[in-house]
Design a protein. Structure first.
Length: 348
């Protein structure tokens, strides 16, 4: 069976973009068609200035929202990255395979470094190396597919490069994964800056719809969305990014087509009103289930505990095999000389 790995970083409250661009696909497709793992990648949240209590709070909230959105722990594995030591173990090995030049060419590193320095903050070494940790997240589980948006595609390509390089130098150890792209609403844009992604890390601003926003807050944000010059409703991502963003959100919420929907509306106001109501309806069951899960925190803790145990059982044989392949002396309990291919097959 195909194995899928994906993760969400607890650096901010999850947004409509996270839901329409990734989470809904995980729920409706990936967990049913594949051996799927979904991870709260909390170690990645440490690459920038952060409040420890907030990281813990957002990690729990993210896990709860993944379950509220419909991930079924009987069908998939939901866990927290830091609960499985193999992520950090493998990350160091891959740092010994990656090069400094590869890391500094990462687009997100350049963007985030510029942003941190503009705020007068020092840049942490982990910000440079975190794509290697992301590669470890994926390779530890022998994942075949990694559903990502455009902003993470470069990191999956790095993962592929590191897997191939390791396999060539030290013997076949890792599955070489491929990225998969969602369709409509793969990249929901900020309602106030429709040329920028609706990112959870921004954490402020009326252009971001959060999954836990109250209905009236959602309506207000959508009704105040930036549109474009002119009056006609036309789907043109380049020329009319504001209207295109609304049409894509509406299409994703209703199962329609952005181009087809553009012909239905004669005014921006009507488009905004219908988009706002569609978003409220999409978020309603998620918010209701979230409230239920918050009333039973023991259930969420149990899911994460069981998920970490399953994830650990998958990752440990692969990472142990990588340690042997690269030349590290096995611990006394390790089966020295174990066939790497057999280990991968057993882990899968």
């Amino acid at each position: 069976m195909t194995r899928v790995f994906s993760g969400v970083k607890p650096t901010g409250h999850l947004t409509l973009g996270n839901y329409l661009g990734a989470m809904r696909r995980w729920v409706e497709a990936d967990q049913h068609r594949a051996d799927a793992l979904f991870c709260i990648v909390d170690l990645h949240a440490l690459t920038v200035e952060h409040d420890p209590a907030r990281v813990r709070r957002l990690s729990r909230q993210a896990a709860t929202l993944l379950l509220a959105a419909g991930l079924d722990p009987e069908r998939c594995t939901v866990f927290v990255q830091s609960h499985v030591d193999e992520h950090a173990r493998l990350s160091y090995l891959l740092e010994c395979v990656a090069t400094d030049g590869e890391m500094r060419r990462m687009i997100q590193y350049k963007e985030k470094t510029a942003r941190e320095r503009a705020r007068g903050r020092s840049v942490r070494l982990s910000l440079l190396t975190y794509p290697v940790l992301m590669a470890a997240d994926i390779l530890a589980y022998g994942a075949d597919e990694v559903p990502v948006g455009d902003d993470q595609a470069q990191h999956v390509e790095l993962t592929r490069d590191l897997a191939v390089r390791f396999n060539q130098r030290y013997g076949h150890t890792f599955v070489v994964p491929r990225s998969t792209r969602p369709g409509v609403a793969a990249r929901v844009m900020n309602l106030q800056e429709p040329t920028s992604k609706m990112g959870k890390s921004d954490d402020v601003g009326p252009g971001i719809v959060y999954l836990l926003d109250e209905p009236d807050v959602v309506r207000k944000k959508v009704m105040r969305a930036v549109t474009d010059s002119g009056r006609d409703v036309v789907y043109d991502r380049e020329g009319r990014p504001g209207v295109a963003n609304l049409l894509e959100i509406l299409a994703a919420c209703t199962g329609g087509n952005p181009s087809g929907l553009s012909g239905v509306y004669e005014s921006y106001g009507a488009l905004k009103k219908d988009t706002a109501e569609a978003v409220v309806e999409v978020l309603k069951p998620v918010q209701e289930r979230h409230r239920e899960l918050c009333a039973d925190p023991g259930y969420v803790e149990g899911v994460l505990r069981d998920g970490a145990e399953r994830a650990r059982a998958m990752a440990r044989p692969v990472v142990d095999a990588a340690y042997r392949a690269i030349g590290l002396l096995p611990a006394a309990s390790d089966g020295e000389g174990a066939d790497t291919g057999a280990v991968l097959n057993a882990a899968r």
